[in-house]
Design a protein around this ligand. Structure first.
Ligand SMILES: Nc1ncnc2c1ncn2[C@@H]1O[C@H](COP(=O)(O)OP(=O)(O)OP(=O)(O)O)[C@@H](O)[C@H]1O
Length: 557
């Protein structure tokens, strides 16, 4: 499991990321705030209306004005409810958009991720970060509605109190300043601990995924506690991180509670003093109390929603781990689809996955158009690495790799891969129908072409035996199919389309003599340049050249 690298992100950077995300919906969000201000004002009209009603009642002035005031208070209540529903509608729309935006970003970016930079990660584990869309959606409501509404309510309430006596506002502002300072100085730590908590959450999830993936290993293992011990170790770290996070939240909660206590005490004492000194009347006293209660309710809302701020910042950070991960480099030259073959040359090429361990050393080779190159070598010699270089997967090699005399880095990577028939051990079957697995729903591929390729590899017999033929659904990773069928599916997939270059790892394994001959005949007829690895003696006489790799170097022994 790769260690999370995002602990270094500061809260300011995280805030700017969430700001950039929300900026996309700035119109909707502005509407929410406009509604918030209106809702705040309407809510405050309530105490003013009640104050007037009490003044009328105290003065024993039962007139039609009371009826109008009551109607106004009721209208205000209805209006604030309506504004709330409008806000909810907008938030719902933004939440839906965020889901779709991230889903599309993940789908678009995943196949383009820079594999060389993500080597340390297990991608199926990495994409677990998508579940943070739900955390973001959940906290978004608090972030956009509840928290701003509370802040607006507190500010407006404090301003309104100033109309009763200027002392109210001075006191309120000092308290607000204290709260702001406490949040300012504790939030960086709060974000850091929130990120740590989240890291351990994903480690737990990643570990369960790993256990599930290799379930048979654990099932058939001798009496072991390894799975429990490891889970226990991660859970302990999670609990420790969470306790630290909660400690930060507690400081913030207590500062809010102190604010609440102080404002209640001060306002009540001040109110009673002003009332007894007859500086305010009973109606003003009751109204100011209603405002104070509203402020306290808002402070309480802030307290309970405090952790949601961290949750949303952390969620965006996690989601961006894939949504903003580096994508692979691509050039601008389109490899023409009309070329039947290409020439390949490696000039003094060296490559290392990690600087300390060079996998390919000073490779020099020339493959003319339409030629076959067979690469041999023992396990770990660098055969697959050499083939992968031709797919444009790695860019940070030294030396030159030229395709038709043009550096491979200059080619548009999609056009290069469209013209290359690729069969590598890293490819796999995904959960979908046989047809989807073969064609990946490429539009310009006919079923006749697909079945012709399936006939060459011998896959047609398997498909004909399936109850739903091409529409039969395969398990993830092709779990319930045999190794030969798996190979035939991947080989057929690689053959589909028109290619000027064929890059294949062990294409002939599992095939019977007829299938081998059919495959050879097809590749020879196409006239493509073919670069393959094979342990099969069958290939010996097919290739125009054969090289043997030994520890990443061409061996001339
Ligand atoms: N993604 C990777 N990150 C780091 N090292 C890697 C990676 N892929 C392969 N290697 C290492 O590079 C070396 C060459 O591996 P490669 O897969 O190219 O050999 P190979 O000749 O194809 O072996 P095999 O026949 O077993 O597939 C090995 O030491 C391997 O451990």
């Amino acid at each position: 499991m790769a260690k999370e690298k995002y602990l270094e992100t500061t809260i300011t950077q995280a805030l700017s990321k969430i700001f950039r995300l929300l900026w996309l919906d700035k119109k909707d969000i502005s509407a929410i705030y406009i509604y918030s201000v209106f809702a705040g004002l309407v809510a405050l009209s309530l105490p003013l209306g009640i104050q007037s009603i009490i003044t009328f009642v105290m003065a024993a002035q039962m007139s039609t004005s009371i009826g109008i005031l009551i109607a106004m208070v009721l209208t205000g209540t209805f209006l604030s409810g309506w504004l709330q529903v409008r806000q909810l509608e907008i938030i719902e729309k933004i939440e839906q958009k965020i889901f779709v935006r991230y889903a599309m970003e993940y789908a678009h970016r995943l196949p383009k991720l820079d594999i060389s930079k993500l080597d340390a990660y297990h991608l199926p584990e990495l994409v677990n970060r998508f579940i943070d869309v739900a955390s973001l959606q959940k906290s978004l409501h608090k972030l956009l509605v509840d928290i701003p509404a509370s802040i607006i309510q507190i500010l407006l309430g404090t301003i309104l109190l100033a109309f009763y006596h200027p002392l109210f506002i001075a006191f309120g502002l000092v308290l607000l300043l204290i709260v702001v300072l406490i949040i300012r100085f504790t939030s960086a730590r709060g974000f850091k601990t929130s990120m740590e908590t989240s890291n351990y959450k994903y480690q737990t999830l990643g570990w369960f995924e790993e256990m599930a993936r290799s379930i048979k290993t654990f099932k058939y293992a001798r009496d072991t506690r390894f799975h429990l011990d490891k889970t226990d170790a991660i859970s302990t770290k999670y609990v420790r991180a969470r306790t630290e996070h909660f400690a930060v939240l507690k400081v913030q909660y207590w500062s809010m509670i102190s604010f609440k206590l102080l404002i209640t005490a001060a306002m009540l004492i001040l109110g009673v003093t002003l009332l007894t000194q007859q500086q305010i009347n009973i109606g003003q006293f009751i109204a100011s109390d209603i405002v104070i209660i509203a402020i306290i309710a808002s402070v309480e809302k802030l307290i309970v929603n405090m952790d949601q701020v961290y949750e949303s910042l952390t969620a965006v950070e996690k989601l961006n781990k894939v949504a903003q991960a580096d994508v692979e480099h691509t050039g601008s030259i389109i490899l023409s689809p009309t070329k039947p073959s290409v020439s390949i040359s490696f000039e003094d090429v060296s490559f290392a996955y990690h600087p300390s361990n060079i996998q390919l050393k000073n490779i020099n080779l020339e493959v003319a158009k339409g030629e076959w190159l067979l690469i041999k070598g023992s396990s770990g010699a660098g055969k697959t690495t050499l083939l992968r270089m031709l797919t444009g997967a790695f860019q940070d090699f030294t030396g030159k790799i030229l395709i038709d005399g043009i550096p491979i880095r200059n080619y548009d990577i999609d056009s290069l891969r469209n013209q290359t028939s690729i069969l590598l051990g890293h490819q796999n079957i995904f959960e979908g129908t046989v047809l989807q697995n073969l064609s990946l729903c490429t539009e310009d591929i006919s079923l006749e072409h697909i079945s012709a390729m399936a006939k060459i590899t011998g896959l047609d017999v398997f498909i004909q035996g399936l109850p739903n033929g091409y529409d039969s659904v395969l398990d993830p990773v092709g779990k319930r199919i045999s190794a030969i069928i798996r190979h035939q599916i991947l080989l057929t997939r690689a053959l589909i389309g028109k290619h000027s270059l064929v890059v294949m790892e062990e294409p002939f394994s599992f095939l019977n003599q007829v299938q081998k001959d059919d495959l050879t005949a097809k590749l020879k007829a196409d006239g493509s340049t073919v670069i393959i690895t094979s342990k099969d003696d069958y290939c010996q006489n097919l290739a125009d050249q054969t090289i043997t790799l030994k520890n990443g170097e061409i061996s001339y022994e």
